[in-house]
Design a protein around this ligand. Sequence first.
Ligand SMILES: [Zn+2]
Length: 123
Amino acid sequence: MEADCTMEEAELTEIREHLLQMRAADLAESERAYAASQSLGKDGVPDIGDMSSNSYHQEVLMNLSETQRSRVRDIDAALERMDKGVYGLCMRCEEEISARRMEVRPFSRYCVDCKAEVEKFGE
Ligand SMILES: [Zn+2]
């Protein structure tokens, strides 16, 4: 099937901003939790400047709830698909995900059918 992009550029920009906001909100919350955990009962404060931004990112993610963590991952993946021009297409069957579904959950990876199968049988 041809992956034709039916979404308008302006619409995509709007969704991207929305996704970034959701992501920032989740991360801001976890960074507060991270800062709080670091200030409790540890000898010596870790030198965050020494840590790669990636491992810092991982540490921050550890403070997220499983739901938030998987949402941040989903959002990252959605942003990546946006860059590749395949946003809004199911990662499994490559069909377009319904606009309604994308509206409710703008970081959906799969169409409704595939989502059900993935949940049943795994990815
Ligand atoms: Zn699908």
